[in-house]
Design a binder for this molecule. Structure first.
Ligand code: NAD
Length: 354
C-alpha cells in the first residue's frame, strides 16, 4: 500500500509524475516544466476533471505558464504545477494533502507548491506536515491579492505612459470587470490615483459595496466591454478577449489581473489590429507570486520585495519596446522575453529553501 508513483515521459517537460494513494483517496499529478532558473514553483489545483487526460493537460499547460511567469518576473524559480483529481468529493482533506506532501517530498525540492484554485492556506499546512517545499502559508506571506493589484496598477501606469506620454492615471476612466479580491484592491489604488471607475460584477452586492466605497459607477456585466473607459481591466475570468468582445471594446488599453485573458493567441493580434495596447496578463499579474516567492522562499525584506513588484512597470516597458521593434504583438513579445531569460540561464546550484 502507500503511495504508488509513476513517471510519465513528456517531451518538453523535465518531469511529470502521477501519484496514487488509495487509502488517502489521493490521485495527483505534478508537472515540472523547467528548473533552469531554480526550483519549479507553482500552485496545487483541486478540481473535478472529467478524465485523467484532462487533468494532465491542465497540469502541463499551467506548469509551462509558470515557467514564463516566473522568468519574466525576474524570479530565480522555474515553473511547475500540480493538480489533484477531486473525484466525487474529498472525504478527508488532511489525508489528501498529506499524501500530496509526500509526493512533493519525493521530488527532493525540484518542485515547491502553494495554494491555487480549490486549495487554501489550511491545506498548505497539511502539506507542511510532510515536506518543507510549500509556500502560501497563512502565517507567512499572507493574501497575495493586494500585491497582485499593485502590480497591475504599475503595469497600467507603464501602458499609460506609452499611450498618452504620461503615466498619470488621474482623470482616466477604468472599467473593472470583477470586484473580487484583486478588483477591490485595484479600485482603491486607482481611486487614490484620481482615476474614474466603472465597476461590474455578477455579484451585485459586491459591486455596489465597492462602488459606494470608491465612488465608482455600476455597469451591468454584459456592458463592461463597451463601457466608455480609456482602460479595461479584466479581473474576473479567462478567455474574455475573444471575437465577440474585442469588437465592442472602446478602451485604448487592456490591463488586468485575470489569467489567460486571450481566448486564443490570434486575439492578441486582433487587439493589435484595433490599435488597443494589450498588457500581457502574466506580466501584469505577477505581484502576488513575486511577494510569495520573495518573502517566503528567498526571505527578502518587505522593502526589497515591494521594489521588485514596483519594477513590473519596467518589465511592461521592455515588452512594449520589443513588440514595437520587432513589429509583433505584446503577447508574443512577452513570451520571447521570458524564453530569452530561461534559455540563457546557467546550470544552477542548490535549491533555495525556507
Ligand atoms: P475572486 O474570485 O476574488 O474575484 C473574482 C470576481 O469576479 C468575483 O467577485 C466574481 O463574482 C466576479 N465575476 C465572475 N464572473 C464575472 C463576470 N462574468 N463579470 C463580472 N464579474 C464576474 O478572484 P481574484 O482573486 O480577485 O482573482 C481575479 C482574477 O485574477 C482571476 O482570474 C485570478 O486567476 C487572477 N489572479 C489573481 C491573483 C491573486 O492574487 N488573487 C493573482 C494572479 C491572477
Amino acid at each position: 500500500m502507500g503511495m504508488k508513483i509513476r513517471e510519465h515521459q513528456t517531451p518538453g517537460y523535465e518531469r511529470v509524475v502521477f501519484g496514487d494513494d488509495e487509502a488517502a483517496g489521493y490521485h495527483g499529478i505534478i508537472a515540472v516544466h523547467s528548473t533552469a532558473l531554480g526550483p519549479a514553483v507553482g500552485g496545487t489545483r483541486l478540481w473535478h476533471y472529467a478524465t485523467p487526460e484532462a487533468a494532465l493537460n491542465d497540469a502541463l499547460r499551467l506548469a509551462r505558464g509558470m515557467t514564463y511567469k516566473n522568468a519574466l518576473a525576474g524570479l530565480p524559480f522555474g515553473g511547475g504545477k500540480s493538480v489533484l483529481l477531486a473525484g466525487d468529493g474529498v472525504a478527508d482533506r488532511q489525508a489528501l494533502f498529506r499524501a500530496h506532501g509526500r509526493l512533493i517530498e519525493s521530488l527532493n525540492g525540484s518542485y515547491i507548491t502553494a495554494e491555487d484554485v480549490g486549495t487554501s492556506p489550511a491545506d498548505m499546512e497539511f502539506i507542511l506536515q510532510e515536506t518543507r517545499y510549500v509556500g502560501g502559508l497563512a502565517s507567512r506571506s499572507g493574501d497575495p491579492s493586494p500585491h497582485t493589484a499593485r502590480g497591475v496598477f504599475r503595469a497600467m501606469q507603464s501602458a499609460a505612459r506609452l499611450r498618452w506620454g504620461s503615466d498619470s492615471l488621474a482623470g482616466k476612466r477604468v472599467a473593472i470587470q470583477g470586484c473580487g479580491h484583486v478588483g477591490q484592491h485595484l479600485a482603491r489604488e486607482l481611486q487614490r490615483a484620481g482615476a474614474g471607475l466603472l465597476l461590474s460584477d455578477v455579484d451585485d452586492k459586491r459591486a455596489s459595496a465597492l462602488a459606494r466605497e470608491v465612488g465608482g459607477e455600476l455597469v451591468p456585466p454584459a456592458k463592461i466591454y463597451s463601457a466608455a473607459a480609456e482602460v479595461f481591466a479584466p479581473c474576473a475570468l479567462g478567455g474574455i478577449l475573444n471575437d465577440d468582445t474585442i469588437a465592442s471594446l472602446r478602451a485604448e488599453i487592456v490591463c488586468g489581473a485575470a489569467n489567460n485573458q486571450l481566448l486564443e493567441p490570434r486575439h492578441g493580434e486582433m487587439l493589435r489590429d484595433r490599435g488597443i495596447l494589450y498588457v500581457p496578463d502574466y506580466a501584469a499579474n505577477a505581484g502576488g507570486v513575486i511577494n510569495g516567492c520573495c518573502r517566503e522562499l528567498l526571505g527578502w525584506s518587505v522593502e526589497k520585495t515591494v521594489a521588485k513588484i514596483e519594477a513590473i512597470y519596467s518589465t511592461i516597458d521592455e515588452i512594449f519596446a520589443l513588440a514595437e521593434r520587432e513589429k509583433i504583438g505584446s503577447h508574443v513579445a512577452a513570451d520571447r522575453l521570458a524564453e530569452g531569460i530561461f534559455a540563457a540561464a546557467p546550470a544552477r546550484s542548490s535549491a533555495p529553501t525556507r
